[in-house]
Design a protein around this ligand. Structure first.
Ligand code: HEM
Length: 386
């Protein structure tokens, strides 16, 4: 079969599940002739690659769009291999502890409640604009200590950086530069006068250069924002598309954590991450040369029947176990996984308590991106409770 054009944003706008299933079955490690990269479709192979950073390096890029540009370690922790990665990860872990995340629960509850209070349930609203975008944005802004008046610029930078991830030549990507100027000033301010926020924790650690500190802020902005937005929008759509599953969840809140894992699997907010081989390898029965760019298709692995069973193509809010790869696995496992889970659990609990029978109206729109499986418009009528 022809290797799918996973580097073409429009590929992800459609419903590629059948193509990805064929790939898993017939050619799980496939070479894309004209583009030169490899795609990896099976859960087992992706796990093996992610757990062996010495053979499969992140230093030449991790996004599909990175293969055509130069990336630098200072840009993001995503591009660092061990042993440097171990040191840097330990530093950012300290700025992002379990305690710090758990302490955020009341803040996230207040943010979710304010955001939902602003919705008139009798009038259709775009749920992306009204819920999925503002909640993660307000949470990460709170963590980074960004004041309310700077939030519109903050959202614009986040969008610009996500655009740059797919197409660095897009004129909108230029706005991302302002982000660095802004955060450079704020990091200076926190160095002079530390507060109890994430930025202060980042500057408190002299082991990170200023370029690394800025790279970390940028990574948090995109990683903590667009991804969680995509999860919430995609989760809202999935529940509406499976009303019997939604009713089951609304009737039993103890299923919320499992349902969020299933939304993560179902939506797969980040469709793929990549690695470059440092030596020749055998993977999935294929010989792959050193220096090859391997695109790990999480979106394919998350439907792998050998892991999720014959019902891998069904949305099941009680699925257990659910070893999805939506947060990656191994060395670079998502730093914000607990935060994203907490946000989604709080948002879905609150929405289902208020409006368990919401209706998705005409006009749903998927974005074109090689990074995010993004719902860009999701008109919803929430319908007031009788
Ligand atoms: C649903 C939401 C999220 C998804 C699907 C997601 C997905 C991922 C994935 C797949 C990776 C692994 C990259 C690789 O192996 O190369 C990753 C890494 C990372 N994520 Fe997330 N993420 C989410 C939310 C967040 C949040 C909320 C934050 C922080 C506020 C965050 C921060 C990071 C960071 C810093 C890394 C890099 C870790 C490292 O390189 O060691 N993510 N994420």
């Amino acid at each position: 079969m022809k290797t799918p054009d996973v580097h073409d944003p429009s590929f992800w706008q459609g419903q590629p599940d059948d193509e990805l299933r064929d790939l898993r079955r017939t050619c799980p490690v496939a070479h894309h002739q004209s583009e030169g990269f490899w795609v990896v479709a099976r859960h087992e192979d992706i796990a093996q690659i992610s757990k062996d950073p010495a053979t499969y390096s992140s230093a030449k890029g991790v996004l599909i769009g990175d293969r055509k540009r130069q990336v630098a370690a200072a840009d993001s922790i995503l591009y660092i291999d061990p042993p440097r990665h171990v040191t840097q990860r330990r530093i950012v872990n300290r700025a992002f502890t379990v305690r710090r995340v758990a302490e955020l629960a009341p803040v996230i509850e207040r943010i979710a409640s304010d955001v939902l209070d602003a919705i008139d349930p009798g009038t259709p609203v775009d749920a992306v604009d009204a819920i999925s975008a503002p909640v993660p944005l307000l949470v990460i802004a709170h963590m980074l200590g960004v004041p309310g008046e700077d939030l519109p610029a903050f959202r614009a930078w986040s969008d610009a950086i996500a655009v740059a991830a797919t197409d660095p030549t897009d004129p909108r990507a230029i706005a991302a530069a302002d982000f660095f100027v802004y955060f450079n000033e704020r990091l200076d301010a926190r160095t002079a006068e530390p507060k109890d926020d994430l930025l202060s924790a980042v500057v408190a650690d002299s082991e990170l250069t200023r370029a690394e500190q800025l790279g970390f802020c940028m990574t948090l902005l995109v990683a903590g924002n667009e991804t969680t937005r995509t999860l919430i929008s995609g989760g809202l759509a999935a529940l509406a598309d499976h009303p019997e599953q939604r009713a089951k969840l609304a009737a039993d809140e103890s299923l919320i954590p499992a349902a969020v894992e299933e939304m993560l699997r179902w939506v797969t907010p980040i469709v793929a991450m990549s690695r470059t081989t440092t030596s020749p390898v055998e993977i999935g029965g294929q010989h792959v040369d050193a220096g090859s760019y391997l695109v790990m298709l999480y979106a394919a692995a998350n439907r792998d029947e050998t892991v999720f069973g014959a019902d891998a193509h069904e949305f099941d809010v009680a699925r257990s176990p659910n070893p999805h790869l939506s947060f990656g696995i191994g060395e670079h496992f998502c730093l914000g996984a607990q935060l994203a889970r907490l946000e989604a659990r709080i948002v879905f609990t609150e929405i289902l308590r208020r409006w368990p029978d919401y209706v998705v109206c005409e006009g749903r729109l998927m974005g074109a991106s090689t990074l995010l499986r993004e719902t860009v418009k999701l008109p919803i009528l929430f319908r007031p409770n009788e």
